[in-house]
Design a protein around this ligand. Structure first.
Ligand SMILES: [Zn+2]
Length: 263
C-alpha cells in the first residue's frame, strides 16, 4: 500500500492549528502528516495528546521531523544540543503515537570521524527513548552533509531501531539530476534491503551536487517513475510531499498512483 501525506499543516489550514490540519487531510483523502519541528519544537503535552486523538479518529498517520539545525558530528556542545533536539522531538512523537522521528544526521567533520560520531549519538538517543519510536535517518541533499544512501545503510545496519528515510529530491540534487527513469528510482530502492519505506518527495533546484531549495513537483525529479517503481516492486510506502505546494502536489501524486494502479 502506498500512503501519501504532507510536511506540516496544509496550505488551506495555515494558522488554524494541528487538529484542523489533520482533519482537513482526511477530508481530502490524504493519509499522513509529518509534524514539522524543523524550526523549533512547539507542542506541549495537551497539544500532542489532542493531535494523537484526532489523527486516530480520522485515520491520519503521523510522523515527526526534528529540527534542521541538528549536527551529530559537530563539536561537543553542538552534538549535546542536537541529541536533546532529537530526544525532545522523539518524546513528542511518542505522545502523538507517531511511528518515526526523522532527522538529517549532520555535516562531515574530519570525514573519517563522522560515521562513528553519528553512530554513537544515535545509540545514546535510542537508549534514552527506550526504542518507543523509530529513528528515521534521512538521505542528505548537500555534499557537505553526512547522508549518502550508502552511509545511511551502514548506520541502520549497525544501530537497532533506526530506519532509512529516502528523500528523492535530495538524492536527485546530490547526483546533479541523477533520477530520470524508473531504473534510477529502482536502483535507489534496491540498495536498501527493505519492503517498507518512509519517503520524502518534492521538486528540487540544485547546483553542482547541492540542493538549493524545494520546488513544486514537476520533472526535477518526476514522480511518475517513482510511482511505477513502488507499485511494481510491491512496496509498502508512506510518501511525504515536501513541495511548497504541499497538499496540491500531494493530491497530484495520489492521482498518479491511482491511475497507475488502475492502468
Ligand atoms: Zn526531506
Amino acid at each position: 500500500m502506498i500512503q501519501i501525506g504532507i510536511a506540516g499543516i496544509p496550505q488551506a489550514k495555515k494558522g488554524k492549528g494541528m487538529d484542523a490540519g489533520i482533519r482537513y487531510l482526511a477530508e481530502i483523502k490524504l493519509d499522513a502528516m509529518e509534524v514539522q519541528f524543523v524550526r523549533g519544537i512547539f507542542m506541549d503535552s495537551d497539544a500532542t495528546k489532542r493531535a494523537s486523538e484526532t489523527a486516530k479518529e480520522v485515520s491520519i498517520k503521523l510522523s515527526v521531523h526534528a529540527p534542521y539545525y541538528i549536527n551529530l558530528a559537530g563539536n561537543k556542545e553542538t552534538i549535546e544540543k542536537s541529541k536533546k533536539f532529537i530526544i525532545n522531538s522523539a518524546l513528542r512523537a511518542i505522545e502523538m503515537n507517531a511511528n518515526i522521528v526523522v532527522f538529517h544526521p549532520g555535516y562531515y567533520s574530519k570525514k573519517e570521524d563522522t560515521f562513528e560520531l553519528v553512530k554513537s549519538a544515535c545509540e545514546e538517543i535510542k537508549d534514552k527513548i527506550e526504542k518507543k519510536v523509530l529513528l528515521g535517518i534521512e538521505t542528505a541533499g548537500r555534499k557537505s552533509q553526512f547522508g549518502t544512501p550508502d552511509e545511511i545503510i551502514k548506520i541502520i545496519s549497525e544501530v537497532e531501531g533506526t530506519i532509512p528515510v529516502i528523500d528523492f529530491g535530495h538524492i536527485h540534487a546530490r547526483g546533479n539530476g541523477s533520477l530520470k527513469g524508473k531504473n534510477d528510482f529502482e536502483g535507489v530502492l534496491n540498495k536498501f534491503d527493505y519492503d517498507k519505506f518512509h519517503i520524502h518527495f518534492s521538486g528540487v533546484e540544485y547546483e553542482d551536487g547541492n540542493e538549493r531549495k524545494h520546488i513544486p513537483v514537476d520533472d526535477e525529479p518526476s514522480f511518475e517513475p517513482l510511482a511505477e517503481a513502488l507499485i511494481e516492486g510491491g512496496y509498502d510506502a508512506t510518501v511525504i510531499c515536501e513541495s511548497p505546494l504541499l497538499e496540491e502536489d500531494a493530491l497530484k501524486m495520489r492521482e498518479v498512483i491511482n491511475a497507475k494502479i488502475k492502468g
